[in-house]
Design a protein around this ligand. Structure first.
Ligand code: ATP
Ligand code: MG
Length: 452
């Protein structure tokens, strides 16, 4: 009795080699109706030209989980050049990994050619760096070799309208049932080939609310420094997927747990012992997650402003303590922390400029005398800066009060606004700009008779 129990536990714990498994139409829940017309058109056209075509990756995974995939990727045995012939206006993109962007109406479907093993095949185009990182992955193969080149078992399921079956070579269906992110093959080798897979493991675990299987999770912390070898521009794209897809807070906790965070945002990570900095980081991510749920606009400028703020703030303080006036101190601190971050993840100018404006406005929001409050409220970045001020109050970095004042100011009509400012002047508060006066950082001329 006990023996049979032990052996059944052993059987359960040691995944049997799954081999190719074909799940027939009647045994799975995916139907053609769940798939976008564009993806169906791409598959049909490839099949009519005599090629194989499968939906693969997130599309199949998310449908099996009952979700709505955000897009569908197609895998085929046609080379990018052959597939290009079939779709007018399509483009071959990528160097490390060449794929076809097939345009169908307004949708773009990514069409990838089956990848093969690097040790065989004439077309030996795979190249590796000294760290074992794959520089090119354009060796073509068949469905099975394609499956094992993918990252996680749950991402390696193929569905085709030619027979309507799901093809599972790596045990992905079982892992979906068990809610596990499991690397295909040896995790260490696969992370070394492409360290971004470490981020992807965490991203899918957070997004799908899956666990990371033990062997897949084990090397993460030790290999985290490999992220240094990834181009900052690619890491910026990954950061957006990690933090701005609606599960940012959970993703952050996992990234921190595996010390991947320390390689993405070292200046933030270095300050997380300060409870206010940790809370600001969490609140900013929670706020972003909530806005995404409510289909409100989110911008990396706001998130980056929050993530880097504790370091900027500390650096500014250091400069002020050494005698630099606050406004130039902020400018210098902003410059230093921004360029330090750029070495890890790029920040395109269209985000770094508004990020710095949000920081600049933090001190200006306390200057409300005369017509300043009105002017600040008309600044294009006012709303973001105000939201950010509320976060700073909420995490305990600032005494509460100013945020409430601005909340009321925005709700007030002209007459009430003037009264609010007069009241401030009577009570002697509302300038807060003494620190900035005469500094190099102040671009705007002081109005001749600014009431304070
Ligand atoms: P999402 O829902 O975020 O789009 P996805 O699984 O579709 O998730 P993509 O980044 O769109 O992810 O990639 C499509 C597929 O390509 C993945 O499911 C996976 O099979 C494969 N893939 C992507 N990136 C890698 C990688 N770095 N290494 C191995 N396979 C990868
Ligand atoms: Mg996808």
């Amino acid at each position: 009795m006990l023996n049979s129990l032990i052996s059944s536990i052993k059987r359960w714990r040691k995944p049997a080699n799954p081999g190719p498994r074909v799940i027939a139409r009647s045994d799975h829940s995916i139907s053609r109706r769940d798939i976008s017309r564009a993806a169906l058109t791409v598959m049909k056209r490839l099949q009519e030209a005599g090629f194989q075509a499968y939906i693969v990756g997130g599309g199949v995974r998310d449908l099996l989980l009952g979700g709505h995939p955000k897009d569908f990727d197609v895998a085929t045995d046609a080379t990018p050049e052959q597939a290009k012939q079939l779709f007018r206006g399509s483009r071959i993109v990528g160097r490390r990994f060449r794929i076809l962007h097939a345009r169908i109406g307004r949708e773009v479907i990514e069409v990838t050619t089956f990848r093969g093993h690097h040790s065989d095949g004439e077309e030996h185009e795979a190249q590796q760096s000294e760290h074992g990182m794959l520089l090119r992955d354009n060796v073509y193969g068949d469905l099975q070799s394609d499956a094992v080149r993918r990252d996680f078992t749950v991402n390696a399921l193929y569905y085709t309208t030619n027979g309507f079956a799901i093809h599972d070579y790596t045990g992905g269906v079982r892992d979906i049932e068990q809610r596990l992110i499991r690397m295909i093959g040896d995790p260490v080798t696969r992370y070394k080939e492409d360290p971004v897979r470490m981020l992807r493991a965490v991203r899918f675990a957070a997004k799908l609310d899956f666990n990371i299987e033990d062997k897949t999770a084990a090397p993460l912390t030790e290999l985290a420094p490999l992220l240094r070898n990834i181009a900052p521009a690619r890491l910026f794209d990954e950061v957006l997927k990690l933090l701005m897809s609606g599960h940012g807070e959970r993703t952050f906790e996992l990234l921190r747990q595996y010390r991947l965070w320390h390689h993405l945002f070292p200046d933030n990570a270095a300050r997380l012992d300060d409870p206010a900095a940790l809370e600001l980081t969490r609140l900013a991510l929670r706020n972003t997650d909530q806005r995404i749920r409510e289909e409100m606009r989110v911008t990396p400028a706001f998130l980056y402003a929050a993530l880097l703020w504790p370091a900027v703030n500390a650096e500014q303080q250091k400069l002020v303590d050494r005698g630099t006036p606050p406004v130039p101190a902020l400018a210098q601190a902003a410059q230093k922390i921004t360029s330090s971050q750029l070495a890890h993840t790029a920040i395109p100018k269209r985000f770094s400029i508004p990020m710095r404006e949000i920081w600049d406005l933090q001190s200006r929001l306390s200057q409300r005398g005369g017509n300043r409050a009105q002017r600040q409220s008309e600044h294009p970045r006012f709303r973001a800066a105000y939201d950010f001020l509320l976060l700073r109050e909420q995490c305990g970095e600032l005494e509460p009060g100013l945020g409430q004042w601005w909340t009321e100011f925005q709700q007030a009509d002209d007459e009430q606004r003037q009264q609010m400012v007069r009241k401030l002047q009577r009570s002697g508060s509302g300038s807060g700009n003494r620190r900035g006066r005469g500094s190099r950082g102040g671009r705007r001329r002081r109005p001749p008779k600014a009431a304070e």
